[in-house]
Design a protein around this ligand. Structure first.
Ligand code: ADP
Ligand code: MG
Length: 228
């Protein structure tokens, strides 16, 4: 997926200002920046949810996963019904497909009969991911998907993202305000600040030799333990 010179305005306010990024097939691009820097607005433009100027090319089927899984899961629907809704398989194969999708995100098949409120935050986020995968996306846009989770389960969801990428060759735009989280899963990192792209390059390069002062300040906010 290629984003060229993307600009999104809310009235007279420019939330995304001339951003160009590319997510190669099977690649994971991390998008980082503080709250209000325009990350979710860029995600909304990529998903066709807000009007934009510029060009977005290459991804036909895009699925989004949000910080709050309730945004994609109807609390009145069983997990199985929610996951089945997005599935592209014919009706007769849907139940088997739901089980396969739950398996992909390391949830037991029995979870299909449960309701979102009966699950932990981490399990709900896994269900939201399974639901997105059912639509066979060629790009997954993950917007702050670990930000509302307990620190103790964030790592397991990040490892799930890594595994899905390896097993399915999924292309992912992985968005977080937390550079430690982004660097853990991404091949390359894009840094946004005030709607503008201030840095974009291979993860190692951005982390080890940041060219922009703002990236350095994000790095300083990352606890030493996870910087290694
Ligand atoms: P991030 O996801 O990086 O926190 P957002 O894309 O949500 O940033 O927001 C970028 C800027 O756009 C912020 O200043 C925010 O207040 C503003 N904004 C977001 N959504 C709207 C909207 N629907 N109308 C007006 N301004 C908005
Ligand atoms: Mg956001």
């Amino acid at each position: 997926m290629k984003i060229e010179n993307l600009t999104v305005r809310y009235g007279s306010f420019t939330a995304v200002d001339g951003v160009s990024i590319e997510v190669p097939p099977g690649g994971v691009v991390g998008l980082v920046g503080e709250s209000g820097s325009g990350k979710s607005t860029l995600a909304r433009a990529v998903s066709g949810l807000v009007p934009y100027e510029g060009r977005i090319e290459g991804a036909r089927r895009i699925q989004m996963v949000f910080q709050d899984p309730y945004a994609s899961l109807d609390p009145r629907m069983s997990v199985g019904a929610s996951v089945a809704e997005g599935v592209r398989a014919p009706r007769a194969q849907r139940q088997a497909e739901v089980e396969r999708l739950l398996g992909l995100v390391s949830l037991p098949a029995e979870v299909a009969t449960r309701y979102p409120r009966e699950l932990s935050g981490g399990q709900r986020q896994r269900v939201a991911i399974a639901r997105a995968l059912g639509a066979e996306p060629d790009l997954l846009v993950a917007d702050e998907i670990t930000s509302a989770l307990d620190v103790s389960v964030q790592g397991s969801v990040l490892n799930l993202v890594k595994r899905l990428r390896e097993e399915l060759g999924l292309s992912i735009l992985f968005i977080s305000h937390n550079l430690a989280v982004v660097r853990y899963v991404s091949d390359s990192v894009a840094v946004m600040h005030g709607g503008k792209l201030v840095e974009f390059g291979p993860t190692e390069q951005v982390v080890d030799e940041p060219t922009h002062e703002y990236t350095r300040s994000l790095l300083e906010a990352v606890p030493r333990l996870v910087r290694h």
